[in-house]
Design a protein around this ligand. Structure first.
Ligand SMILES: Nc1ncnc2c1ncn2[C@@H]1O[C@H](COP(=O)(O)OP(=O)(O)OP(=O)(O)O)[C@@H](O)[C@H]1O
Ligand SMILES: [Mg+2]
Length: 443
């Protein structure tokens, strides 16, 4: 009999540990390590494998059918996917409970049916009647196959035999690959997914896996299977809207975002997300500025807010949300050392309004101006958007896609863009100091 090895796997982040630990050493979650047994490799197994010949194929002879794409039927989703569904690929859409995963996928399933493709919808969490109710509410027609099956072996077999064009599994946390197994554990999740991914690759189907993100690791999270799938997308909530973001994509750019609104008739693409994100911006309030950001390839106007208040602590607090903490620290240091802004006794809070996350280094100038505005109690003028990376010497550095940011700023009613001087922005500035002088006529 094969000897079995016991390891422990964190259901939040997928880290392996040889011993049980109360707290995951990587992600710091408590009580998330689960026992997992696997057969130890035996010397005999090794010899048997060595007896087989390695099969290889010349790269140029590999059929390049794998990258054929099909539009998802939704321009916003296509943008995030990198052009549409890729045949024979597996992707994961993860999000918190109730965010709208089932709604979005049901709509995309319907688009596929209308384009003449076959769809299998595996509804492990809801009864067919519930799916029907949602479809009726969204005004969706018919034509897709539904199943409540949660045994990944049965689903995989069906996918191999029937090769549906699109297979949607709602959700991975309901899958099992052994009789009587408890769904949602690390090993069930990983092994079931692997089975389905393998079947989809073999049959040329596009496999979409829906996964719940849980903060409390009671069921294994999407992290555990991220490396098995070709692409991972997160569905998040921001400023009352839904943002679909590509986190990993073997067939397209990461960081691409699609913006939707959850309406009575389902997820609707938001035509002017910049306006939507700025809708609640307070006018004439110090600390609130507009950044001409770039998310993926998409220019977006967003509000950056800062607040400074006298600190009761010896080491004042720096609370940052939606921005890279380290970048904000650098900007604060530059403000303090190069512009003599007294921050040493102030608690400073900086965030992107609406709970959006911004990875663009071009947000530095907006952070600097927001903090400066908050500390000096002067509101930034209306109709002005900011962009630029701030260097340690207080210089303003150029950013990608300036022309498109400029265009978006104009379109979204912010005709004045303050940013690094360049061909696209001839009346731009070279330093943070100059940017502030331009805004407030001094500094
Ligand atoms: N009649 C309705 N009109 C508008 N929105 C609705 C309506 N009914 C439900 N919703 C919205 O749909 C959301 C649930 O959507 P959906 O079931 O697609 O989410 P999910 O991410 O699949 O959730 P779960 O984690 O439960 O699977 C609810 O949070 C609610 O905001
Ligand atoms: Mg759902």
């Amino acid at each position: 009999m094969a000897k079995s090895v016991t390891t422990y796997v964190c259901s939040e982040c997928g880290t392996h540990s040889p011993a049980y630990l109360g707290r995951c050493p990587r992600c710091g979650s408590w009580g998330t390590l689960e026992e997992e047994r696997s057969a130890a490799p035996t010397a005999r197994g090794g010899r048997a494998a060595a007896a087989r010949r390695l099969a290889t194929t010349r790269l140029e002879e590999v059929l390049d059918a794998s990258l054929s794409r099909r539009s998802s039927g939704d321009a916003e989703v296509d943008r995030v996917l990198g052009g549409g569904w890729v045949l024979g690929s597996a992707l994961l859409i993860a999000g918190e409970p109730g965010i709208g995963k089932s709604t979005l996928l049901l709509q995309l399933a319907q688009h596929a049916v209308e384009a003449g493709r076959s769809v299998l919808y595996v509804a492990g969490e809801e009864s067919p009647a519930q799916v029907r109710m949602r479809a009726d509410r969204l005004g969706l027609g018919s034509g897709m196959e539904l199943t409540r099956e949660n045994d990944a072996r049965v689903i995989a077999e069906h996918v191999r035999a029937v090769a549906p064009d699109l297979v949607i599994v709602d959700s991975i946390q309901t899958l099992v690959d052994e009789d009587g197994a408890v769904p949602g554990t690390v090993s069930q999740l990983r092994d079931s997914t692997a089975l389905l991914v393998d079947a989809a690759k073999g049959s040329g189907s596009t496999l979409v896996l829906i996964g719940h993100v849980t903060k409390q690791g009671s069921i294994a999270g999407p992290k555990v299977i991220e490396h098995v799938v070709d692409a991972t997308f997160a569905l998040e909530s921001a400023a009352g809207l839904r943002v679909l973001r590509s986190m990993k994509n073997r067939f397209g750019a990461t960081g691409e975002v699609g913006v939707f609104e959850m309406t009575q008739s389902g997820m609707q693409a938001v035509k002017n997300p910049s306006e939507a994100f700025l809708a609640e911006r307070p006018r004439g309030v110090p600390g609130s500025v507009v950044v001409a950001a770039l998310e993926g390839q998409r220019p977006l106007l967003l509000e950056v807010q800062a607040l400074a208040s006298k600190s009761p602590y010896a080491a004042p607090r720096r609370v940052v949300q939606g921005l890279d903490h380290r970048r904000v620290d650098v900007v604060l240091a530059v403000l303090e050392r190069r512009l003599q802004l007294p921050l040493d006794s102030l608690d400073v809070y900086v965030n992107v309004a609406g709970g959006l996350r911004l990875t663009d280094p071009g947000a530095d100038l907006a952070v600097a101006v927001a903090v400066h505005s908050a500390v000096t109690n002067r509101p930034a003028p209306d109709g002005t958007a900011l962009v630029g990376e701030v260097g340690l010497a207080g210089e303003l550095r150029s950013v990608g896609q300036l022309a498109r940011r400029l265009e978006e700023a104009r379109r979204a009613d912010h005709p004045r863009l303050i940013g690094p001087r360049s061909r696209e922005l001839p009346d731009g500035v070279r330093t943070l100091q100059q940017a502030l002088a331009l805004l407030w006529g001094d500094a």
